[in-house]
Write a protein of this length. Structure first.
Length: 245
């Protein structure tokens, strides 16, 4: 008798997360521009850990209590009271290696804490820079999966949906996918995959506009490029570290 495949669903917005059962499920937190891209990059470049927090006040408080770098953004710019922002280019190996990064962002770290509060079995973070590690882990784990898009202030966005589609394209044979959100994401990815940056630009994506308005086109290109920081950030005991296979 063939063993049933685990299920895979896509939550296109934090406002939809309550519709899904997170127990005994791997939840992939997706915030392509830029939280989960920056988390993967910092860990790839040698950060000891990344502590995701859901408020600027908590970030500042932790920074006072532990030896760490406090960083984050609100509305795409460095949040007041923090040292650094949410650009992956702020965390080269020469700066971040061996250090702890405490990070708060508008959407991604908020969604991570929502998933924890709703009883997620496991939490990992995903972005194009660590696409392969995410897909490999999901297949090897053989557990139910929720692809959780951080979106933008609960409004669905293109880049997180496209990343969910990229994951689905690679892992779909290993999962039972009876989910229109997942099919929508896969369709969008297939329309965009030949030139992700060009697609975002041509469609005048809201987050593309927002970051390009701050002169951050380099960040956008990096965050849409697969496997530049191919590690698996895994949440345990209040922090994200690289999962050892």
């Amino acid at each position: 008798m063939t063993q049933a495949k685990p299920s895979l669903y896509t939550s296109l917005s934090p406002a939809l997360l309550h519709l899904y059962d997170l127990n005994n499920t791997v939840v992939v937190i997706i915030d392509v521009l830029r939280a989960t891209s920056t988390i993967a990059t910092a860990l790839f470049n040698g950060a000891r850990s990344v502590i995701p927090v859901d408020s600027v006040a908590r970030c500042i408080e932790l920074g006072r209590n532990i030896d760490s770098i406090t960083a984050g953004e609100r509305d795409g710019q460095i949040a007041e009271g923090l040292q650094y922002g949410n650009s992956p280019f702020e965390y080269p190996e020469s700066f971040i290696k061996g250090k702890t990064l405490v990070l708060t962002t508008t959407n991604g770290t908020k969604l991570l804490h929502m998933a924890l509060e709703r009883g997620a079995g496991e939490v990992i973070t995903g972005s194009f820079p660590n696409l392969s590690s995410v897909c490999n882990y999901l297949v090897k784990s053989n557990k139910n999966v929720i692809l959780g898009c951080a979106a933008w202030k609960d409004k669905v966005n293109l880049e997180d949906t496209i990343f969910a589609g990229a994951v689905i394209e690679r892992v779909q044979e290993h999962f039972s996918i009876n989910c229109d959100s997942s099919k929508l994401a896969a369709t969008l990815y297939n329309a965009a995959k030949d030139d992700l940056y060009g697609f975002m630009q041509a469609k005048n994506a809201s987050h593309y506009q927002r970051l390009a308005g701050f002169g951050l086109e380099k960040d956008i290109r990096y965050c849409l490029t697969p496997d530049g920081a191919d590690v698996l950030p895994f949440y345990k005991d209040g922090k994200l570290t690289i999962h050892s296979w």
